[in-house]
Design a protein around this ligand. Structure first.
Ligand code: G3H
Ligand code: ZN
Length: 296
């Protein structure tokens, strides 16, 4: 099954940059889904294999440390070889040059350095070092971040977004010029996690358009906090230049709730692969739904 008019299918032998360019030229967005174990990765890959879309599979610092960065690489390689998929393995929210180096040295294809909590000049300085290291090593793609994203990847977030949190278009241009990042994560009213009540506040799409006009084609724009955003806002954000969308919380919720319910209903079951079957299916369903929106 193909999603809409998406025919780019299995992008064998393409570089991460070529995949970004192709997705952008078709006005789709790449889904970037977090994983920290083999079952979540399996759910993501099964959805991708059916829909024939490209995909980014990400580990945060914590997820990578739990699974092992080299094991994450090996798992992604196994799926790639078995199904002919081209998965981009990505470090999400790396907070130091050291962790970036760990992921790159483990064979990651793409890196996000998140210096958004630092003063602008400090963020630029470390991002420059990250870009220098990444470009020496096989031209790894680098995502920077400017603007402050509140919340954490869990449901029930009580977040008040302040105007000064949002990405400033002029500073975005300066940041890209000074760091030479390939992509930029922006704060446009998005939050990490799902807001209390089940749906996040609306995105500031006017600001996104301003950022897009200012930045033009100098970097791909990235939307973090892809869980809980109204679908219509997501579609509009893609039309306004978003090329990559990160999703974690909705996978975590599907995973935890399905596992919890299965064990409550089957309290005598002890065989892990029987327990995990419905969990993998639940993760797959979330990814399928998201990809259909991203690739419409
Ligand atoms: O970097 C990861 C994403 O921004 C995840 O956000 O947990 O709100 O889906 P989310
Ligand atoms: Zn994020």
């Amino acid at each position: 099954m193909n999603v809409g008019k998406l025919e780019i299918g299995f992008l064998l032998m393409k570089t991460s940059l070529e995949i970004f360019q192709e997705v952008q030229s078709k006005s789709y967005a790449l889904g970037a889904f977090n994983f920290c174990n083999a079952e979540i990765l399996r759910g993501i890959v099964e959805a991708v294999a059916e829909l024939k879309t490209p995909v980014i599979v990400s580990t945060s610092q914590g997820e990578g440390a739990f699974l092992g960065f080299k094991r994450a690489r090996a798992l992604a390689d196994t799926w790639q070889e078995q199904l002919g998929l081209n998965l981009i393995l990505h470090l999400d929210h790396g907070k130091s040059l050291d962790i970036v180096k760990t992921a790159i040295d483990a064979g990651y294809d793409s890196i996000h350095f998140d210096g958004s909590g630092l003063p602008f000049e400090e963020n630029v300085k470390i991002t420059q070092q990250v870009v220098e290291y990444a470009k020496q090593k096989n031209n790894i793609m680098v995502e920077g971040e400017l603007g402050y994203l509140r919340g954490a990847s869990a449901p029930g977030q009580k977040v008040i977004i302040k105007k000064e949190d949002l990405t400033d278009p002029v500073m975005a241009v300066k940041f890209i010029q000074e760091t030479r990042v390939d992509s930029l994560a922006v704060a446009i009213g998005n939050i990490h996690g799902i807001a209390q009540g089940g749906q996040d506040p609306h995105l500031d799409l006017a600001r996104l358009s301003e950022i897009q006009r200012a930045v033009s084609d100098s970097a791909f724009l990235v939307l973090h906090g892809g869980s809980g955003i109204p679908d219509e806002d997501v579609k509009q954000a893609i039309k306004s230049g978003i090329v990559k969308i990160n999703v974690n919380t909705e996978l975590r919720v599907a995973y935890a709730n399905t596992l919890r319910n299965f064990l409550l209903d089957n309290s005598q079951e002890t065989t892990p692969y029987k327990i995990m079957e419905s969990v993998v299916t639940a993760v797959k369903q979330v990814v399928t739904n998201k990809l259909k929106i991203f690739c419409e």
